[in-house]
Design a protein around this ligand. Structure first.
Ligand code: 13P
Length: 275
């Protein structure tokens, strides 16, 4: 099996990045704790990125700072992008066909597995539908995966990681999310497939700890918090006068943004230490 989920006990946060700078800030946070980390690119970010150069940077910089950093393609609906990301050396890819009927989700996931396995690339897929930021969230059961669907999906694909919709959502929570731990219990009972939790931004430390107490949960995704940290860096730069016409200072702005992303990364990765 690929090193990324090789160690039985290893659990990761995966941070969305969109540039070499954001990747570096997350990696510096990971290096501060001597942690390995997953960097992931949304489909939109992936499309805009210089793939070969990002791959080269992540490998070379991880080597320099002495950590493992893995590159993952998040929520991808396009098979051509997945194929290309595999070609460029992404360590794992997510085929997200969760909006399609289950049999179609299975069919597309199998195509991706066929392609990825020969290159030693891990495949993540989604069952159920993880809600987006526009949804009202606190008590929703809509989109929560059905255990029969999970079973059928696992029987018919050879995925390495399962993103199972358990009540978390992407973006900022409007209420307190109701997580369906009963579903996690059932999935864990059914299979030892590594699980991925999406929608990590806004979950409390208690919730993270509860989730991480399931050893099958191997990856928790954080995107909005990376963007909010970027924003915080800009706000602090404004407060410090770095954006004034006189005294405008790109290096100081860059450092504020870098440090905000790095600090957030450290805060999240420390939670893994407490487990
Ligand atoms: P958040 O934006 O809520 O952190 O979700 C991230 C995510 O799950 C990306 O796939």
């Amino acid at each position: 099996m690929h090193p990324y989920i090789h160690h039985d006990s290893q659990q990761y946060f995966a941070f969305n990045i969109w540039s070499i700078e954001s990747a570096k800030a997350v990696m510096d946070g990971a290096a501060a704790l001597n942690s390995d980390v997953i960097l992931q690119t949304s489909m939109k970010a992936y499309e805009l990125l210089d793939k070969k150069e990002l791959r080269a940077f992540v490998s070379s910089y991880a080597d320099k700072i002495g950590i493992h950093a893995y590159l993952h393609l998040d929520h991808c609906k396009r098979l051509d992008f997945i194929k290309e990301a595999i070609h460029y050396g992404w360590d794992s890819v997510m085929i997200d066909a969760s909006d399609l009927p289950l049999n179609e989700n299975i069919r597309l996931t199998r195509i991706v597995c066929d392609n990825a396995k020969s290159r030693n690339v891990l495949v993540e897929a989604e069952v159920g539908q993880i809600a987006g930021q526009e949804d009202a969230l606190s008590v929703t059961t809509e989109g929560i995966a059905k255990i029969e669907d999970v079973e059928l999906f696992l029987e018919n694909t050879s995925i390495d990681m399962l993103a199972v919709a358990v009540g978390t959502a992407h973006g900022l929570y409007k209420g307190t999310p109701l997580l369906h731990y009963d579903l996690i219990d059932k999935v864990v009972h059914l299979s030892d497939i590594p699980l991925v939790i999406h929608g990590g931004t806004g979950l409390t430390e208690e919730t993270f700890s509860h989730l991480l107490s399931y050893r099958n949960i191997k990856k928790i995704n954080i995107s909005t918090d990376v963007k909010l940290s970027y924003r915080q860096g800009i706000e602090e730069s404004i407060d410090n006068g770095y954006l004034l016409r006189e005294g405008f200072d790109p290096l100081k702005i860059h450092k504020k943004i870098h440090d905000a992303i790095m600090d957030m990364t450290v805060t999240k990765l420390k939670i893994l230490r407490e487990e």
